[in-house]
Design a protein around this ligand. Structure first.
Ligand SMILES: Nc1ncnc2c1ncn2[C@@H]1O[C@H](COP(=O)(O)OP(=O)(O)O)[C@@H](O)[C@H]1O
Ligand SMILES: [Mg+2]
Length: 258
């Protein structure tokens, strides 16, 4: 396993390119072009790029849901070929099972893997508490707000004890107020139970609020434009002069959407 200092590399994306057959069948659409980066244990990495640049495609390749046209993804020395519980995914719109309670949704992964009821219930309860949903164990998804559903999605991903969390604009559909709150909550959850996180967003404030490091992606076909180490203590403030100067620098380097 690759070590640098004492920090372990968990995941490596090596020269990943991805093409799809164009929707109109007119040829190929190149979406990702030669993307390489690695992620250290417990790092909070943000992939930041404009809309439609290929962020979801990249997360899907990292998750093992899509295969790269060329290049590969290596997790702990092993090539990623399919989805696995070691990589928890939280989507923009979390698809919860509507017929299962919050508890039923959160304990779903361990249950299908055959974990005994007592152990999985204890683990699920721990994560339900961690995401701030104590008392809602018996509620059903239709009874929850958008922010609460995303909390369930996060608890469900954590309950599989993943080595790495892949988050694809998980707060993208929430109103601004709820979004700020969820960013703070996610930061608190990450501080309390460290995990390696790869978080995708097209929102610069969100990126700067959360990231140890930001990778700026270009317009489609997406490549890596620049990388920024974000050296600011938590909790961060949106109006801190350092925050604003990072914001200006990164925004100036960002490709404008068409
Ligand atoms: N299965 C697919 N077939 C063809 N084109 C696709 C497919 N999936 C995504 N694309 C195209 O790839 C581009 C990037 O999409 P996506 O990864 O969803 O971007 P983002 O998440 O950054 O908004 C878009 O132009 C989209 O139309
Ligand atoms: Mg997307």
């Amino acid at each position: 396993m690759e070590q640098s200092g004492n920090v372990k590399t968990i995941l490596e994306c090596r020269n990943v390119s991805k093409e799809f057959d164009a929707y109109d069948k007119s040829g190929k659409t190149e979406v990702l072009r030669d993307i390489s980066f690695s992620v250290k244990e417990n790092e909070f990495l943000v992939l930041f790029g404009p809309g439609q640049c290929g962020k979801t495609t990249l997360i899907n390749v990292l998750a093992g849901l899509e295969t790269a046209t060329s290049g590969e993804v290596i997790e702990n020395g092993k090539k990623v070929t399919k989805p696995a519980p070691e990589r928890g995914v939280v989507y923009q719109k979390t698809a919860l099972f509507p017929w299962l309670s919050v508890m039923g949704n959160v304990e779903f992964g361990p249950r299908v893997r055959g974990q005994d009821k007592k152990t999985r219930r204890e683990t699920a309860k721990h994560y339900i508490d961690l995401v701030g949903l104590s008392g809602f164990e018996k509620s059903y998804p239709s009874q929850l707000s958008g922010g609460m559903r995303q909390r369930v999605g996060i608890a469900r991903a954590y309950c599989n004890q993943p080595e790495i969390m892949l988050m694809d604009e998980p707060f993208g559909h929430l109103d601004a107020q709820t979004r700020y709150m969820m960013e703070e909550e996610l930061q608190r959850i990450w501080q309390s139970e460290k995990r390696t996180v790869i978080f995708v967003t097209n929102n610069i404030e969100e990126a700067l609020f959360l990231a140890d490091r930001i990778i700026l992606l270009t317009n489609c076909p997406s490549g890596i434009k620049k990388e920024y180490i974000i050296d600011m203590p938590h909790p961060r403030s949106y109006v801190d002069p350092k925050f604003l100067s990072y914001r200006q620098e990164i925004t100036e380097n960002m490709d404008k959407s068409l």
